[in-house]
Design a protein around this ligand. Structure first.
Ligand code: NAG
Ligand code: NAG
Ligand code: NAG
Ligand code: NAG
Ligand code: NAG
Ligand code: NAG
Ligand code: NAG
Length: 430
C-alpha cells in the first residue's frame, strides 16, 4: 500500500522526482552476481494502473490494421489484475538465468563518454573447447529471449556437437541495464560496450548471434573489432533495396526473391512502421503516456509481437512479463535507441531507400531467414552488399523471434555455422 502514500505525496508537491533504480543492484567495475529483486511498489503501481485502464471504443474491424483489438487489451488487463504473479515470475527468472552486473566503457569507437552499467546473463560451458558466443536481443524483447538457447548451447547432449559459453547482455535502457544518462548511446556505442564486456570476461575472440537491434549492433561490432569478432550469425540482416533495384522492379526485371522482398518491405513500411517513425523522431512524445500506462505499452509492443510470428501464441503472462522488461525502468530509453540508430546512420527519417549506411562486415556472416520476419528471402547478392555473407538459410517456419518460436532451428544454424571452424573462423578461439 506504500505506493498510495507516494502518489498522494507527489500530488501534494512534497515528493521530489528522485531518479533511482526500481530494482536492487550495484554496478561495480568487475562482474558481480546479480539476483533480480524489483521494488514491490512499482509492481503494485503497474497492477493498480492496469486495473484503472481506460479503453478505446472499438470500430470492430476484422483485422489488426488499426492495432491490437480492444478485446485483447481487456483480457490482458483481466489477467494482470486477477492472476499475474510477479513474485513467481521473478523467482523463475532468478532460477533460470545466471545473471551479473558490471560497468564498462563505450570506447574506443564511439562518442559516448559516460561509464556504461550493464546487466547480463552468462552461462559458461564446462567443455574446454567451448566457443564464446555473444547473444544480443532486440526490440521489443530483452535478455529473456536467450532462455531456450542456454542449456543446448552450453551443455549439448552429444559431445560431437559444438559447445558455447553464452553471454547475453541487456542493451542499456532495456531490462536491468540502466538507461544511458546522456544522448549518443546507439548501436555503435552499445557495440563498444559489449566488446568491452567480452574482454572483461576474458573472451579475446568470440562470435555473435543477433536479430533486430542485435542485428544492428553486431554489424558495428564486427566492423570495428576485426581483432575480437570472429564471425556473425544474423537473423535480421537489413538490406534496403536501392533506387536501381526499384527501377528494375518497376521495369519487371526483378527476380521472385527480389519481388517478394520489395512487396513485403513496402507492406511493412506502409502499414506497420508507425512505431518506428515515432521512436526515431520524437521518442519522448510517446514516452510520457507509455511510461504511465502498462496496458497501453503492452498493446503497443503486442502489435509487433503478434504480426511477426508465424504460429506462436503469446500468453497474457508472457506479454505482461515482456512489457515489464521495459516498463519497470520506463520504456522511453528503449524508444530512444531508434533515434540514436538514426544518429548512427542506419535508419532514416523517411522511407528506407539507402542500402549503403551499415558498416561493411569483413568477417564471415551467416544469415538465418524466417518467413514471418521482415527481411525474409533477402537475395544473397543483396545481402553481400553489407558483408562477407557465406551462408544463407531460408527457413520455412518461424518469424522475428526464432529463439522463442523455433529455437531448434536457430540452434541448428548456430551449431552448423560456428561449429565449422574453417567456415566461421572459430578454430583460432582460445
Ligand atoms: C558438464 O556438466 C554437466 C552437467 O551440467 C554434466 O552432465 C557433464 O558430465 C559435464 N561434462 C564435463 C565434461 O564435465
Ligand atoms: C580469423 O580471426 C583472426 C583473429 O581475429 C583474424 O586475425 C583473421 O584475419 C580471421 N580470418 C578470417 C578469414 O577472417
Ligand atoms: C544498387 O546496388 C547495386 C548492387 O550493389 C549497384 O550495382 C547499384 O549501382 C546500386 N544503385 C545505387 C543507386 O546505388
Ligand atoms: C506502399 O507505398 C508505396 C509508396 O507510396 C507504393 O508505391 C506501394 O504500392 C505500397 N505498397 C503496398 C504493398 O502497400
Ligand atoms: C488476442 O486475441 C486473439 C483473437 O483475436 C487471440 O488469438 C490472442 O490469443 C489474444 N491475445 C491475448 C494476449 O489475449
Ligand atoms: C545514402 O548513404 C550514403 C552514405 O551514407 C550517402 O552518401 C547518400 O547521400 C545517401 N543517399 C540518400 C538518398 O540518402
Ligand atoms: C564447413 O564449411 C565448408 C564450406 O562451406 C564445407 O565445405 C565443409 O564441408 C564444412 N565442414 C563441415 C564439417 O560441415
Amino acid at each position: 500500500m506504500r505506493h498510495h502514500l507516494t502518489i498522494a505525496a507527489a500530488l501534494l508537491g512534497t515528493c521530489h522526482n528522485v531518479v533511482a533504480l526500481e530494482w536492487s543492484a550495484t554496478y561495480g567495475r568487475q562482474p558481480a552476481p546479480f539476483k533480480l529483486s524489483v521494488n514491490p511498489e512499482i509492481i503494485a503501481l503497474a497492477h493498480q494502473k492496469a486495473y484503472l485502464t481506460r479503453f478505446p471504443v472499438d470500430v470492430e474491424q476484422p483485422d489488426w490494421s488499426d492495432g491490437p483489438p480492444v478485446h485483447n487489451a481487456t483480457s490482458v488487463r483481466d489477467y494482470w489484475v486477477n492472476e499475474y504473479d510477479w513474485s513467481e515470475v521473478q523467482r523463475e527468472i532468478n532460477s533460470q538465468f545466471k545473471m551479473f552486473t558490471t560497468t564498462v566503457d563505450a570506447k574506443p569507437h564511439s562518442n559516448y563518454e559516460e561509464p556504461v552499467p550493464l546487466h547480463f546473463v552468462h552461462h559458461r560451458s564446462n567443455r574446454s573447447d567451448a566457443i564464446p558466443l555473444l547473444f544480443i536481443h532486440g526490440w521489443p524483447g530483452s535478455f529473456l529471449e536467450v532462455a531456450n538457447l542456454l542449456e543446448p548451447l552450453t551443455n549439448p547432449h552429444d559431445q560431437a556437437l559444438p559447445a558455447f559459453h553464452v553471454v547475453a547482455p541487456s542493451i542499456p535502457g532495456f531490462g536491468f541495464s540502466p538507461a544511458p544518462k546522456k544522448p549518443l548511446f546507439g548501436p555503435r556505442a552499445a557495440g563498444e560496450a559489449f566488446n568491452n564486456l567480452m574482454l572483461q570476461l576474458h573472451y579475446p575472440h568470440y562470435v555473435i548471434q543477433g536479430g533486430d537491434l542485435g542485428g544492428f549492433i553486431n554489424r558495428f561490432m564486427a566492423s570495428s573489432h576485426p581483432e575480437t569478432v570472429l564471425s556473425v550469425l544474423s537473423n535480421f540482416w537489413l538490406v534496403q533495396p536501392n533506387s536501381t533495384d526499384f527501377e528494375r522492379y518497376y521495369a519487371g526485371k526483378t527476380t521472385s526473391d527480389e519481388n517478394y522482398l520489395i512487396n513485403e518491405f513496402w507492406n511493412f513500411e506502409n502499414k506497420s512502421s508507425g512505431y518506428r517513425f515515432e521512436q526515431q523522431t520524437q521518442p519522448l512524445q510517446i514516452g510520457h503516456a507509455m511510461t504511465d500506462s502498462p496496458i497501453g505499452f503492452a498493446m503497443y509492443i503486442y502489435e509487433f509481437m503478434f504480426l511477426t510470428v508465424q504460429h506462436y501464441v503469446w500468453s497474457a503472462k508472457e506479454l505482461i512479463t515482456w512489457s515489464l522488461m521495459y516498463w519497470i525502468q520506463g520504456p522511453y530509453a528503449g524508444f530512444r535507441f531508434y533515434k540514436e540508430s538514426v544518429n548512427d546512420n542506419i535508419l532514416e527519417n523517411g522511407l528506407l531507400i539507402n542500402s549503403t549506411t551499415f558498416p561493411y562486415v569483413h568477417q564471415p556472416v551467416a544469415l538465418s531467414e524466417f518467413p514471418a520476419d521482415i527481411w525474409y528471402r533477402t537475395p544473397l547478392d543483396w545481402a553481400q552488399r553489407g558483408g562477407n555473407v557465406v551462408v544463407r538459410k531460408v527457413h520455412d517456419k518461424g518469424g522475428h523471434f526464432p529463439s522463442i518460436e523455433t529455437p531448434d532451428v536457430l540452434i541448428d544454424d548456430i551449431r552448423s555455422f560456428f561449429g565449422n571452424g574453417s567456415l566461421a573462423n572459430t578454430t583460432i578461439q582460445p
